[in-house]
Design a protein around this ligand. Structure first.
Ligand code: ATP
Ligand code: MG
Length: 564
């Protein structure tokens, strides 16, 4: 990855600096406006890093606003998880607001537009409205109700609010131009009737504002200077401006950037909800999910997600980012901060026949070669160890530098050992590897200067702690899971082997103390993370307990070897 000394300004930074310099505003106020209808995903993280990041850079502030105008799909569970995830990422909002707090103001402004002859109640069905909208190449048709008097419109709109009419029987529309080249201007719907319970306003309202009417006005009420959203909203922008102009309220402005797409991943909340509801995953925080809580459970750090978002930058054109860039960002951070431990995922016994029976000793291991301050620890050693099954081959190919009959290898931090024989069960599986060791090589070097080609990790069989380790692969087998032939669904692209559970893993005993105290990160529960030497990065899973340790593999090491 190329790192420039002085980063070029992105297009949003250019806009902000220009406005600050020419006095358009003294400070900036951005907002992050999630709809509380699901958990946040990595795409939202990009929006969060952008909105909060820009405000921070220019000494401004960011509001958190719940865009809760659709009562049917929204829930307080989502409100709580969203706040949790933003905090965990390391951001603090200036104020927390709800679009539903503005329902009364939005209603009053709607009456104002009606009084100005700029909105009307339409009795057409939704199908009729759709059919009469025209197409990109042909104009729409005026509704037969378009020229109602202001008095009649006000009366009907008040009665809509009062609950006199059934769902879908009437809507309030802005009166603009049914032949406008921008379809958004063809009398957009402002309000619909919906007799539904809202998670905050209860049963107070039975009419709810549409996105285009609610969003810009909410921005304006809060005094948002830069309303940043994804590219698909660019055709909405003129309408955003139109409402603000007609109402003569604070001139918030909308700016669009390319949404984040990642290969082998689906990112719409609707699809993520389906994966959860239909039990394709264990929950929103399943470590294979692209949700922020899923990444947290997988072992991602806030720093790694922020640096990922920084690295991909902001573009004005859609593109697809490789999942491996996320892993790159994670490895880069964990390499600096994760403590190294020894673990054996797929164990086979190794017995050192010439090691004095009953003897035990402590060997010194480095906690993190990237950070001397992390110090050293003592790892217990004895004549019976576990090593990785893959680190032994009876009939090795050329260039296999690990253990095989007659070869000598280094046991990390310990001794040189040479394999002398193996024991097998009736089926021919190796059950025990016999070795001899050279006591003069204690610590891992031979005084006579002789070299070995391979170094393998190990765990003392007498001291090992048992653990379950969950190995994850991509949730989807297809690069673009959303692209399916007719009649198919994205579910057809699920990877059937995305989870492999290893039940018989052995870890050095230091791990027991390592995971004793709960880990909090920005006030949020987070896992303990480690590098298991030569294997990858792993973290504790909340399914585990002190009697039954459970770890998730976060990612492999760059030059990892494959287990199993
Ligand atoms: P989804 O389509 O996944 O349901 P959404 O856009 O409906 O997402 P919101 O809760 O409305 O979800 O989004 C809150 C903010 O996050 C919006 O400003 C939206 O533009 C931004 N956002 C959502 N998805 C992405 C993405 N993939 N990349 C960047 N920003 C995103
Ligand atoms: Mg949305």
């Amino acid at each position: 990855m190329e790192e420039k000394d002085e980063k070029q300004l992105n297009f949003l930074e250019e806009i902000i600096e220009k406005g600050l310099n020419d006095g358009s505003y003294k400070s900036i106020l951005t907002r992050f406006p999630p709809e509380p209808n699901g958990y946040l995903h990595i795409g939202h993280a990009k929006s969060i890093c952008l909105n909060f990041g820009l405000a921070k850079k220019y000494g401004g502030k960011t509001n958190l606003r719940f865009d809760d105008t659709n009562p049917v799909k929204e829930d307080t569970e989502y409100v709580d998880s969203i706040q949790n995830d933003i905090r965990w990422l390391g951001f603090e909002w200036a104020g927390v607001h709800y679009a539903s707090d503005y329902f009364e103001q939005l209603y009053q402004w709607a009456e104002l537009l009606i009084s100005k002859g700029l909105a009307y109640v339409d009795d057409q069905t939704l199908e009729e409205i759709r059919a009469n909208r025209g197409t990109v190449t042909s104009p729409g048709k005026d509704s037969p109700w378009r020229n109602r008097s202001v008095e009649e419109n006000l009366d009907l709109f008040r009665r809509m609010r009062a609950g006199e009419f059934e769902d879908g029987s009437r809507v309030l529309r802005a009166k603009i131009d049914m032949a406008h080249p921008n379809m958004m201007f063809r009398d957009p719907i402002m309000y619909r009737i919906l007799h539904a319970h809202h998670h905050r306003t209860g049963d107070k309202w039975c009419i709810y504002p549409m996105y285009d009417y609610a969003h810009g006005q909410s921005d304006s009420i809060e005094g948002i200077t830069h309303s940043i959203c994804t590219l698909e909203f660019d055709i909405h922008r003129p309408l955003y401006d139109w409402f603000i102009q007609q109402l003569g309220i604070f001139p918030s402005h909308q700016y669009e950037f390319a949404r984040l797409n990642i290969d082998y991943t689906v990112m719409s909340k609707r699809k993520l909800l389906q994966l959860v509801k239909e039990h394709y995953v264990s929950g929103w925080d399943d470590p294979r999910m692209p949700t922020i809580c899923g990444f947290r459970r997988r072992g991602y750090t806030p720093e790694s997600i922020r640096s990922f978002c920084d690295r991909i930058g902001v573009a004005k054109r859609d593109n697809i980012i490789s999942y491996s860039l996320l892993e790159f960002s994670l490895r880069e951070h964990l390499n600096k901060v994760a403590q190294r431990r020894m673990a054996v995922l797929n164990p086979v016994k190794l017995v050192i026949d010439n090691y004095p029976a009953g003897q035990e000793e402590l060997l010194t291991a480095v906690n993190n070669p990237e950070n001397e301050a992390d110090g050293k620890r003592q790892v217990p050693f004895c004549g019976e160890l576990y090593i990785e099954r893959d680190d032994f081959m009876e009939n090795p190919p050329k260039k296999y530098f690990r253990l095989s009959p007659g070869t000598e290898v280094r046991l990390r931090y310990a001794y040189f050992v040479t394999c002398t024989s193996v024991e097998k069960d009736a089926e021919g599986n190796i059950t025990c590897i016999h070795c001899t060791y050279d006591p003069a090589t204690r610590g891992g070097d031979a005084p006579d200067g002789r070299k070995v080609k391979g170094t393998i990790h190990w765990v003392s069989a007498r001291h090992a702690v048992d653990a379950e380790v969950r190995m994850f692969d991509r949730l989807f087998a297809a690069e673009a899971p959303d692209e399916v032939p007719e009649g198919g669904t994205f579910l057809d692209n699920l990877n059937p082997d995305s989870l492999q559970v290893l039940n018989n893993c052995k870890i050095e005993p230091a791990i027991v103390d390592d995971v004793k105290t709960p880990n909090k990160e920005n006030g949020v529960d987070a896992p303990h993370r480690f590098q298991f030497e030569r294997l990858g990065y792993f973290c504790t899973d909340p399914d585990g307990s002190s009697d039954h340790l459970v770890f998730n593999r976060s990612c492999t090491l760059k030059d990892s070897f494959k287990i199993g």
